[in-house]
Each structure stands twice: as C-alpha cells, then as structure tokens.
Design a protein around this ligand. Structure first.
Ligand code: CP3
Length: 358
C-alpha cells in the first residue's frame, strides 16, 4: 500500500493539472495497454474468461482496469475494453482469435453493407463498459486517481470495418475512400454518430478524461487525411469536448502531418515514438498539451538503457508544463513487469519539482 500514501489531492492534480497545461508536482505517467498480457494477473484472468466476456462484464472489466493500478504508481487508469466492440453493435461479427487478433467476419465492402449498418444507442451496446466505469470510479476516487474512457476514431474503425482485420496496404478501405467518396461520407458519418454517442456516454458514466485512438491514421498522406478524415475527427472531438472533459487524440505514423492532427483541436496530442518529443511539441505549438512518447520496445531493454530512453523524453520535454509521459504505442505482451515499475517510479522522481505541490 506504500505507493497509495501520497496525498490524494496532489495525485489527482498531477494528471488533470497537466491536461490544463499547468504545472504539476511532477510529470504524470500512464501507459497505453497498461492492463494486458505482460501482467500475470491479467493472463490468469484471461485463462478463465474470453476477451469479449472480459470486456462486456462490468465486474471483470473493472477488475482488469484496477490490476495495473494495484501494481504500479500510475497517475491514471484507463477503462479495460477495446476499440472494436461498438462495431459489433453496428452489425459486424466481432471475434478475438487467440494468437491472431480481432476479426470481423462480415466486413463492409459495398454501399448496401454501409446502409445496413446500425447506429444503436451505446448505453445498450456498451452497457458493461459504462457499468465498469461507475464501479471503477468508486475505487479510484478515494485514491485520487482519474479514469480515462476511450473510443476508436472514425478512420481506424472504418478501416477495421472494411478490411475485416489488420491490414498492411488498406487496399479495401482506401479503395472505397478514393473510388466512392459519397459512400465514404455515409460510413464516416455513421461512425461519427456512434463514437460521439459512446464518448458522451462514458463521460456521463464518470470518465474524467477521454482518449480517441486513431492508430491507423498514418496510412494516409497529409492531403487525404485532411480531406477524408480530419473533418469527421473534428466533429467527434467537438461532441466529446462539449461534455466538459479533456480529450486526448492519439495516432501513430502521422509525423508527416502532426500540425493537421493538432488542428482538429483535441485538448492534448498523443504522439508516437518516431518524432522526437521536442520536435513534435514545437510543431503542434508548445502552448498545447502533449502526451508521449517512449518507444515501448525500450521496456524490454536492460534498466540502464530504458532509463536513458526515459531521461531523453524528459529532457526533450524540458520541464515545461503540459507533458504527460506515455509510451509512443501500447506496451507489448513480453514486457518485464519490473521495468514498468521502475519506469513509473523513475519518471516521478526525475521530474519532481521542488515547491510546486498542487
Ligand atoms: O490501453 C488500455 O489498456 C485500454 C484497453 C485497450 C485495448 N485495446 C485492450 C486490448 C485499448 C485502448 C485498445 C485499443 C486498440 N485495440 C487499438 C488502438 C490502439 C493501438 O494499440 O493501436 C487497436 C488497433 C485495437 C484492436 C486490437 N485489439 C488488436 C489489433 C488486438 C490484437 C493485438 C494484440 O495486442 O493482441 C486487440 C486485442 C487487445 N486489446 C488486447 C488487449 C489487452 C489483447 C487481448 C488478449 O489477448 O488478452
């Protein structure tokens, strides 16, 4: 329990204060995929329950969400779920196949497929996740740790819906986008409805921060991003920000057009590890809040190498207000647990600022 002895007002302040662009007592850290297969507790639970059960049961989702919070001194929790279950609610057959990943059995390939997609209320489709948010908040409140809700962004969800799974070339998704812009607009508009509804419902259930994952946005050139994606992302961000909750936009492979990502106007921009943090921050504007961007593979390295990587990210942030430390993409399953603990503690110790308790 030692790591919970920190004054809860200070702790709560650290992440939320930083998201307001204000100076906190030290740099807040959380890790994308912080609950996952690298944790023995997670693997043990997943031996007894499928991925979809774990997502749709409020009790299981709440338990998994808390696993990394119990194990490490993290500054935020992220609700355990995945970006794809809302697509199942729209009518796609979602399966998580062990050792392969998620698959959609009936991918969207025609205008008729797009027209058949439903936009049901997310209170119904994602009731387990919304219930988990309420449960987890009761556990986190006394500790002063904020909870992040999330959704996939329209482009990444559209790509999944069209490809049916992971893809290298996005031939089908980009094929539809280029060859039939009116149908692309119908699909993206349906996703804007669902994603906006889902994020709003998560904020209403108690999520104090929201994150939009556009992990696949880097598949596009800048001009196509600006034409075919950014307007829809902006609509979602506008709806999410209207709840009054800060919103983080995360994407990977978008170093060629970070300015366009920032222009969609999230509260904070999550950057991958390809662009050095100082360069990324200068490009989006140092008055903006930035999240990132340690290469998650460094968590496999000996501590001295990992520490150097973490120190490099902190040095590039230069003690400026408005930096949330994170990995530049999700933690990998082979990550040694002890390196996660040491990283979290090191970021706090190395960034602690004298006389700035919040
Ligand atoms: O960050 C978190 O801890 C919250 C939970 C979360 C998961 N997936 C849990 C998960 C979040 C936010 C996601 C996002 C997600 N899911 C993205 C966007 C971010 C990214 O990483 O690019 C994408 C593209 C997906 C789709 C997805 N889900 C894939 C491609 C896979 C298989 C790859 C893999 O790592 O196994 C998943 C499965 C998944 N989602 C797992 C977890 C913990 C592993 C499930 C298991 O086998 O136990």
């Amino acid at each position: 329990m030692t790591h919970h002895s920190i004054d809860s007002a200070t702790r709560a302040g650290r992440f939320m204060t930083t998201l307001r662009g204000e100076r906190a007592d030290s740099t807040p850290i959380w890790l994308m995929r912080q609950a996952g297969r690298y944790m023995p507790e997670y693997r043990a639970l997943r031996e007894r329950h499928t991925m979809l059960e774990s997502i749709h049961s409020a009790e299981l989702s709440a338990e998994i969400t808390m696993q990394p919070i119990e194990a490490f001194d993290l500054d935020a929790a992220i609700i355990f779920s995945d970006i794809l279950p809302p697509l199942a609610g729209m009518g796609l057959d979602l399966e998580f196949i062990k050792g392969v990943g998620p698959r959609l059995g009936n991918p969207v390939r025609s205008r008729a497929d797009i027209d058949a997609l439903r936009t049901p209320p997310m209170e119904e489709v994602m009731a387990g996740t919304l219930g988990a948010i309420k449960m987890v908040r009761r556990e986190l409140n006394p500790r002063g740790i904020p909870l992040i809700g999330f959704s996939g962004a329209p482009f990444t969800l559209a790509s999944y819906a069209i490809e049916g799974g992971g893809s290298k070339s996005y031939v089908h998704a980009k094929g539809l986008m280029y060859s039939d812009p009116p149908s692309w607009d119908v699909l993206m508009s349906k996703l804007v409805t669902v994603v906006s509804d889902y994020l709003t419902a998560q904020a209403a259930a108690g999520a104090q921060v929201l994150q939009l994952f556009d992990s696949w946005a880097g598949a596009l050139g800048r001009l196509d991003y600006e034409r075919f994606v950014q307007p829809y992302t902006r609509q979602v961000l506008t709806a999410a920000l209207a709840t009054g909750v800060p919103v983080i936009h995360f994407s990977t492979g978008t170093g060629a057009y970070l300015e366009s990502i920032a222009a969609a106007a999230p509260t904070a921009v999550g950057v991958d590890f390809q662009t050095p943090l100082d360069e990324a921050w200068a490009r989006i504007g140092t008055d903006r809040v930035i999240m990132g961007n340690l290469d998650p593979v460094l968590l496999h390295a000996p501590w001295e190498v990992l520490k150097r990587g973490a120190d490099d990210v902190l040095a590039r942030a230069a003690g400026r207000a408005g930096h949330v430390f994170n990995v530049g993409h999700g933690i990998l399953p082979e990550t040694p647990v002890d390196n996660v603990r040491r990283l979290v503690d090191h970021v706090h110790a190395a960034s602690a600022r004298a006389g700035t308790s919040v």
